[in-house]
Design a protein around this ligand. Sequence first.
Ligand SMILES: [Zn+2]
Length: 366
Amino acid sequence: MIGCRCEIAPPTLLLAVAEQGDPEVRDAALRTLLTSAALRSRRSALGPVLRRFGLSPADLAFLPAQAPDTGPENTVYDVAGGEEAALPGRRVRGTTDPPSGDAAVDEAFDGAAATAAFYREVFARDSIDGRGLDLVSSVHFGQRYDNAFWTGDQMVYGDGGGGVFVAGGLTRALDVVAHELTHGVTQFSAGLQYRGQSGALNESFSDVFGVLVAQRAAGTDAASASWLVGEGTLEPSLGRALRSMIAPGTAYAGDDQPADMDAYADLPADDDPRNDNGGVHVNSGIPNRAFAEAARTLGGEAWETVGPVWYEVLTGGRLAPTAGFEDCAALTLTVAGERYGGGSAEQDAVRGGWEAVKVRLPADKR
Ligand SMILES: [Zn+2]
């Protein structure tokens, strides 16, 4: 489900059929026309079509809110070594365009499409904001820039090659792309503050759905998954991955993620980069491992078992922007009970995950 929706019938032909056909034919032609990628990419063109057929926007109720086999607009820009002031850069590839031949552009495009398809097909979520937000990515940020990020509006990818990431590694890893886009999902749902425990939860949800997007794309179940984030993106001398969800602290030499609350890093949320906004990339290992342990206990495909529980917690309106680990743990137990039943194997596995990382659970949920 990546790439263009290549339409064989030109819109002019469909218009002609719609104008001449009987009501049934007219409706079918209009439906095809109004859901076409060509028209969707120029929403301003909808008005004239509606007027021509004497329709109001309400008459389009028969259309799905988002045509099931298309997605939000997906556009990739080349910022050509520039930085923030130059974003987004030159437009290189849009939703229906063929591959550009620039690997970074095409990987960012495919990763965004695969992530949007995951949210649509697994959780019926229409893009990252749930309302069809267009996906914008910029590649070739900075000079040998060793990071990727979500700005609040778009994804940005450096080329790597600066000593941390292998050249091209950041766009090549689907879980990294999906991690960045999931920051957008969090921004538009729970809005977890990016500091301290709520920030570590924000990071963890991005890792959870980042690896689930990659696991689903590869058809990997919970038992055989590596539970590594960004595997193969680091310079090999540094280590094998950015993070390990199942064994936090083991992904690379110097990996400082704690595996449970006994090793929790109580860092100040100040401007010192060594403190990582109060350990958002450090303590995220704790909720990461709780998820991975629960998923492994249950087996099967994690996006079908524990994934929906975490998704409801993130997007269901009950997790506060300032939530800590215990708030999140309690809510996962509640949601697992709602979805699978109190005392179900799923709820037991979720409880076991939090117990493994020594996060305190409410007394009535033990
Ligand atoms: Zn992140």
